[in-house]
Design a protein around this ligand. Structure first.
Ligand code: FES
Length: 145
């Protein structure tokens, strides 16, 4: 049912963890299943993504797609990272079963949410970036108070 690449990234996920004082943090919830993904980006002064880490309360496909997505955006520019769509991630993983396609959206949206956070923190606008609709970062922050 799953490709070898999916199984590999599920069993040995890359870039799991957190980045302290990250340039941008994005947390999104999957509208379909309620799973949650958080991505941390470390972006340098030239707009290059130097490091990326993720954490998820999600299924195996969410873990595998996030792992692959972090590999695809690491070392890239912000504009290049925006091209890393869930389709691109699925292709890099040699596909996902149709019922698991929605899982791959988490990684794409979490990256967009983290870039949105980075842009807000720095008072800039990133061309082509829209606030992800499943961004739950603010809700979570409110709960902390
Ligand atoms: Fe929720 Fe896969 S079932 S992300």
């Amino acid at each position: 049912m799953y490709s070898e690449k999916v199984m590999d990234h599920f069993k040995n996920p890359r870039n799991v963890g957190e980045i302290e004082n990250a340039s941008g943090v994005g947390t999104v919830g999957n509208a379909k299943c309620g799973d949650i993904m958080r991505i941390f980006l470390d972006i340098d002064d030239n707009g290059i993504i130097q490091d990326v880490k993720f954490k998820t309360f999600g299924c195996g496909a969410a873990v595998a797609t996030s792992s692959m997505a972090t590999e695809l955006v690491k070392g890239k520019t912000i504009q290049e990272a925006l091209q890393v769509t869930n389709k691109a991630v699925m292709e890099a993983l040699d596909g996902l079963p149709p019922v698991k396609v929605h899982c791959s959206l988490l990684a794409e949206e979490a990256i967009h949410a983290a870039l949105w956070d980075y842009a807000e923190k720095n008072g800039i606008q990133i061309e082509g970036l829209e606030k992800p609709k499943n961004d739950i970062s603010e809700e979570e922050e409110e709960e902390d108070y």
